[in-house]
Design a protein around this ligand. Structure first.
Ligand SMILES: C[S@@+](CC[C@H](N)C(=O)[O-])C[C@H]1O[C@@H](n2cnc3c(N)ncnc32)[C@H](O)[C@@H]1O
Length: 263
């Protein structure tokens, strides 16, 4: 890749702002599953390490102009009655602290559900998102660093039992194969890690190339939904590598009738 391409690539990656999508159906799918996994991984007393390649700002306000502009939260979190589950516990504790229009990003969910001796490492490259993340999350190591390079450099961490969330924006097509390549390298360095990868389901179905390129056993959970305007996204997918015991109750394959969280 030459310098002009590298600059174009970085600009595309950093033009994405998660505030427009917070609390939408795809976010909810990812966050409900993340909270379930964190609950499973902390059933035993042994501490864990939680890491994110792409953390975002950690905390969102659903009354902010970005959120109102896309209306995704109105089609997601605002439309459902949440059952008693780990995500609801995290949401309630965040809203008790930050108000009723607050919505937790994945770092805030982890902070709400993890224990004092668990370790959290978050990577975020965008300067403004990084600064906001530092303000919003106080019990984590926060790195302004490329998420793929940063997590590989820290792996294997202590404690060795742990979860890595891989949640890029897929603004550039090559990111699908980059995720697969990263996951294979990470599992070679840190075989005990559980890795959860989020991916959009678009008409071009590029996620299939990524799942084929993983060349590792995984379980998945895919939901389809019909959004008014989400860049042609027809659904949300999660792949789980090195699934902990009990996670097959959450990762149940492909559902073709719409996200159950919305029903
Ligand atoms: C989909 S958002 C993350 C959302 C977050 N995981 C959540 O669920 O609340 C992706 C984030 O990755 C950041 N980003 C983009 N490229 C990155 C890279 N190479 N390394 C680290 N962060 C990156 C973007 O600035 C953006 O904030």
């Amino acid at each position: 890749m030459d310098a002009a391409h590298r600059i174009g690539y970085l600009c595309a990656m950093l033009s994405y702002q998660h505030a427009y999508h917070a609390g939408g159906p795809a976010d909810l799918h990812k966050h409900i599953a993340l909270a379930e996994l964190l609950a499973l991984l902390t059933r035993k007393q042994r501490p864990i390490t939680y890491m994110e390649t792409h953390a975002g700002r950690g905390l969102y306000d659903l009354a902010a102009p970005e959120s109102l502009k896309t209306g995704e939260a109105a089609e997601g979190i605002a439309r459902i009655t949440l059952p008693d589950c780990p995500f609801t516990t995290a949401l309630q504790s965040i809203r008790a602290r930050h108000g009723e229009t607050a919505y937790p990003g994945s770092p805030a969910i982890a902070q709400a559900l993890l224990r004092a001796d668990d370790k959290i490492h978050l990577m975020e490259l965008h300067p403004a998102e990084f600064a906001a993340l530092k303000r919003n999350i106080d019990s984590a190591a926060i790195h302004r660093r490329d998420g793929y390079e940063g997590i590989l450099a820290l792996a294997p961490p202590k404690p060795r039992k742990g979860l890595v969330l891989v949640d890029p924006s897929y603004e550039v097509k090559s990111e699908y194969l980059q995720v697969a390549d990263f996951t294979r390298k990470l599992m070679a360095k840190w075989p005990e890690a559980t890795v959860m990868i989020w991916y959009p389901i678009l008409r071009a179905a590029r996620h299939r190339e990524m799942l084929d390129a993983l060349k590792l056993p995984f379980i998945k959970d895919e939901v389809t939904f019909d959004l008014k305007d989400n860049k042609g996204m027809t659904g949300s997918g999660l792949a789980l590598v090195n699934a902990p015991y009990g996670s097959d109750a959450v990762f149940t394959g492909t559902r073709t009738l719409g996200a159950p969280v919305l029903r």
